[in-house]
Design a protein around this ligand. Structure first.
Ligand SMILES: NC(=O)c1ccc[n+]([C@@H]2O[C@H](COP(=O)([O-])OP(=O)(O)OC[C@H]3O[C@@H](n4cnc5c(N)ncnc54)[C@H](OP(=O)(O)O)[C@@H]3O)[C@@H](O)[C@H]2O)c1
Length: 282
């Protein structure tokens, strides 16, 4: 099976670059890079700019993958650039996937929901309230409109220790001194997510699927658990409420993962389970 992994230099992409060869050594893995232009010796690496439809078509024509795991995205910054990368770029990729009958595992986000209610399932209607969320929600619409054989994997905060995810690194360094007590998420350990994505690549399921951790935590509770597990300094963090800030942000984006849990062999885990397991490994 030929796999195209987009965003291979990102946090999730880098983890998949470890997991895919380890779990499926028989897969012919091709990767895309954006900021770094691959050298000629890197025969399985391809330069991809999602904002450029010709670049997307060129990579797809060259690789002709059976499955695409699409992790590439712009997760912060300028609203227009996020829209072009995430919404338009995912649409270009999905249209090429549909033409070639390639399966598309598309990474989406819990923040496509407005966060007013929480415990969202796959039948709940997205209602994005930030520019990033709009770009990810419209990415989903574009993927669905393409007719590609696609799974929209809605996930939550991705964390891991080896290497540390960028958010946890910032918390430990004291670069995120306040964490919100009223923004709830279902964080997922990066290895747990990789295992589920690899499994989904080989399945026939199409449509939205919530793949996140099984424990709902506020950003503050989550941050404190990580700081304690990693022997960080808890005095670097203080609690605040998102509601009292000036930005409009989705509060409770917790996901109901029961569909994924009933379909997948991969057992989705809670933060407490992962920290316990990691302690034993360490
Ligand atoms: N991290 C989370 O907590 C979280 C939560 C929910 C959903 N997600 C979703 O999960 C996926 C992976 O997230 P992540 O944290 O691994 O992201 P990340 O670390 O920020 O990596 C993003 C990747 O996308 C690439 N990229 C950016 N702009 C591009 C463009 N115009 N064309 C092609 N590639 C481009 C980047 O390449 P360069 O390195 O060269 O810039 C990088 O490899 C994303 O779809 C994200 O929306 C993440």
């Amino acid at each position: 099976m030929k796999i195209l992994l987009t965003g291979s230099s990102g946090y999730l992409g880098t983890a998949l670059l470890r997991h895919i060869p380890a779990q499926r050594p028989e897969w012919d893995l091709h990767i895309t890079l954006f900021s770094i232009v691959p050298s000629d010796e890197m025969t399985n690496a391809h330069h991809l700019d999602l904002c450029n439809p010709q670049s997307v078509a060129r990579v797809m024509d060259k690789v002709q993958p059976d499955v695409i795991i699409h992790t590439a995205a712009l997760n912060s910054g300028d609203a227009r650039a996020m829209y072009e990368t995430n919404a338009s770029g995912s649409g270009y990729l999905a249209r090429e996937a549909a033409k070639q009958r390639a399966r598309l595992i598309h990474l989406s986000s819990d923040v496509i929901f407005d966060g007013r209610r929480g415990n969202y399932n796959e039948d709940d209607a997205p209602n994005p309230i930030t520019p990033y969320a709009v770009s990810k929600a419209d990415a989903e619409k574009n993927v669905q409109a393409s007719g590609a054989d696609a799974v929209l994997v809605r996930t939550s905060l991705i964390y891991g220790f080896k290497p540390l995810d960028p958010r946890t690194r910032s918390v430990l360094r004291g670069e995120m001194p306040t964490l919100f007590t009223d923004e709830l998420r279902c964080p997922i350990w990066v290895d747990n997510l990789c295992e589920a994505l690899i499994e989904l690549a080989e399945m026939e399921y199409r449509g939205a699927l919530h793949v996140a951790g099984t424990q709902a935590l506020s950003r503050y509770e989550f941050g404190m658990k990580l700081v304690n597990a990693l022997n960080g300094d808890p005095s670097l963090i203080s609690a605040a409420t998102s509601r009292s800030g000036s930005l409009t942000r989705p509060l409770d984006c917790t996901l109901d993962v029961s569909r994924a849990q009933s379909m997948l062999r991969t057992k989705l885990m809670s933060v407490d389970e992962m920290l316990e397991k990691n302690k034993k490994i360490g």
